[in-house]
Structure formats: C-alpha cells, structure tokens
Design a protein around this ligand. Structure first.
Ligand SMILES: Nc1nc2c(ncn2[C@@H]2O[C@H](COP(=O)(O)OP(=O)(O)OP(=O)(O)O)[C@@H](O)[C@H]2O)c(=O)[nH]1
Ligand SMILES: [Mg+2]
Ligand SMILES: [Zn+2]
Length: 338
C-alpha cells in the first residue's frame, strides 16, 4: 500500500518537473543543431543579452518572433546563432544541460513555484563554501549535490577562505573526501589552491555556486588574475554576504576555458523533489538500500531492526551528519505531503 503511494507520488512529481522544464525549453523551433559559428551569451537580461562573438562583445536583441514566446528564453552560457545583418539572436544551439532551481513563494496555501535557470552548458559545477564568514554548512552542500546530480552536472567542492579554517571545517570536508568527491581548499587572500583550481577548470565551461559572501567573485578574479569583478563584504553581525553579484555572468579566462559567476543564494529549495528519489542522490544510501527489509523503506520512521541504513549509521558505515541531513530533507518533504 505504502509502496504504491510512494510510487504515484514519485511519478506525479517527476511529471510536474518535466512539464515545468518543458515550458522553459518549449522553444524547439529556435533550437539548432551544432554549428561552429556561434556566439556565447555572457549575460542575459529581460529581452537582450551580451554575447561574445568572434572575440567581440555585442549587445544583442532577441529576434522579434523569439521574443513573443516567453520573456526569458536565453540564459548565460547559451550558444547562439546571430543574424548577420542586425546581430539579433536567431537560434540557440541545443543545450548540453541547464542548471535550474525552484523558487517557491513561501506560502502554505499554494505550491506555486518558479523555475530559475542559473546557466546552461555546464561542464563542471563548483560548490563554493567558506571556512568562516559565512560558516560552512554541510546541509547546504548536501542540497546542492542533490540539485546537481538531478541535473546530471559533474561537480567539485571548493572551500575558500582556508586561511580561516579550524578543525571543525577539516572534519566536515573529510566527510566529502570520503565520498570520493574532489575537495579543494583555497584562499584568494593568500593565493592558496588557485593554481590547483585553475588546472581542474582548464578546458571547461564551469560555474561557481554557493552562499553569498563565500568568495565566488574573488575566486573568479583570482583565476583570471584580475581585479575587475566587484566583490562585497560580509556583515560583521550577521556573518552573511550582502548579495554583491546580481546576475549570472560568463568570463572567458583562456582560449577554451570559461567560468560563470553567479549570485549567492540564501537557501536552496528542493521541495519539488520526491522522498523516494532523494535516497538515490545520497550515494552511500543508494548503494546499501537494497539491504533494508522492505523495498519501500525510506530509512526515516521505519524500525531500526528493519532498516539497514539506520544500522549502518549506528555502526559508522554511513556518516551520521549525512544521515541527519537526509532525514531532515525527508521530514520536510513528507510534511509538505510529497
Ligand atoms: N579571509 C578571506 N576572505 C576572503 C577570501 N576570499 C574572499 N574573501 C572576502 O569575502 C568577501 C566576499 O567576497 P565575494 O567574492 O564578494 O563573495 P561572493 O561569493 O561573490 O558573494 P555574492 O556575490 O554576494 O554571492 C569579501 O570581503 C572578500 O574580500 C579568502 O580567501 N579569505
Ligand atoms: Mg559575487
Ligand atoms: Zn531503510
């Protein structure tokens, strides 16, 4: 009985997400197959965009017919084909992927949410956290991992401000290293880890994501060896960033490498996910879940004697904090009636 309920919920949530995504990408007639003569969207606004084309920066309008479909149809990272006469954007080359996140209005009455596209065509996402100011929150990393895995985007973790690191952060980072995730420590102040990061980002179109104030724009400056991008401060009382970067912006830092700087976010909404799928985004749970007594075990309010995941947490085979993070997400989703 429970199993069927879970399954139906899973299917309906998947369908909902699929339809939402479809409405974003419902611009098929403007999609073109691979073409070598394209420009790249550096920054996208309401109905115009800055495009890098043949090493020149152009402020382009969307083609009129394009513009009537939807207010925002192109995004930072898009490869676009320009009209040779007026340089308007005529076509978009098929996207490799899109990083989207949901934004709900917070109301308990309805479940209305908008899908925000952060950027497209991403080879590697860098989840940037900082050792301090703002503090390192592993639960935020776990949520971002879910989003990236569900979008099929490869990722690494960068802990910036390692000049402020204590044993607490060291312990948290080890959790992710143990999961075989690449973790790099950087300090833009002391120039630590920057060349290691450059080596990993070389040849890729990467994106930096994370909380405000962790130093994403400072890292872009360090990678580009410039000082041109505005960086902000961190509130003394709050320890939080002040949302200095306001739009996703693409920076080319060598012939075939680019990095997209994004606005910091406060929290990550994953309320459109279904509990059943969440367990698969926790690698350590996915690997062991078959050993639970019941196939539909959510490893949440089931008895420990029936749940191999709970037993694995007890025997330290699964990290307790990761499990706590998982259980918190499941609790929130079940409360929302997912
Ligand atoms: N101690 C220390 N501070 C740093 C380091 N890197 C950046 N900062 C400081 O962190 C603050 C925020 O840096 P930003 O680069 O603006 O952060 P951001 O992540 O781009 O923030 P948003 O644009 O608001 O999302 C600035 O005051 C930087 O000087 C570092 O390695 N160590
Ligand atoms: Mg910034
Ligand atoms: Zn279980």
């Amino acid at each position: 009985m429970i199993k069927i309920a879970h399954k139906n919920r899973y299917e309906s949530s998947n369908l909902k997400r699929y339809n939402q995504k479809k409405s974003i990408t419902n611009i098929e007639k403007f999609i073109n197959e691979e073409n070598n003569n394209y420009g790249i969207v550096i920054e996208a606004n309401y109905n115009d965009a800055e495009v890098l084309y043949e090493s020149k920066l152009l402020r382009t309008k969307l083609d009129k017919t394009f513009n009537t479909i939807c207010n925002k149809t192109i995004y930072t990272g898009d490869k676009v084909i320009l009209n040779k006469k007026d340089f308007s954007i005529e076509k978009i080359i098929t996207r490799k992927n899109m990083l989207c996140r949901e934004k709900h209005d917070g109301s308990k009455i309805n479940d209305f949410g908008i899908t925000k596209v952060v950027a497209t065509n991403i080879d590697l996402a860098v989840i940037v956290v900082s050792a301090h100011e703002p503090p390192l929150h592993p639960k935020f990393i776990d949520r971002y991992l879910i989003l990236l895995k569900s979008n099929n985007i490869p990722f690494i973790i960068v802990m910036n401000k390692c000049d402020l690191k204590t044993q607490k952060e060291e312990r948290i980072l080890n959790i992710y290293k143990d999961l075989d995730i690449t973790v790099i420590e950087t300090s833009t102040n002391l120039n630590i880890g920057i060349s290691e990061l450059r080596n990993i980002l070389k040849g890729k179109q990467s994106i930096l994501v994370g909380h405000s104030g962790v130093g994403k724009s400072s890292l872009v400056n360090a990678i580009m060896q410039s000082n041109n991008i505005k960086v902000g401060s961190v509130g003394e009382k709050t320890g939080k960033g002040c949302h200095t970067t306001t739009t996703s912006k693409y920076y080319k830092w060598n012939d075939n490498s680019a990095i997209i700087d994004t606005p910091g976010i406060r929290s990550l909404d994953i309320s459109n996910f279904n509990p059943v799928e969440i367990q698969d985004y926790f690698e350590e749970i996915r690997k062991l879940k078959e050993k639970c007594k019941y196939k539909d075990c959510l490893h949440y309010d089931e008895l420990e004697s029936d749940c191999y995941i709970k037993q694995s947490v007890k025997s330290n085979l699964i990290n307790f904090e990761r499990y706590e993070s998982y259980a918190k997400i499941i609790g929130e989703l079940l409360k929302k009636g997912k």
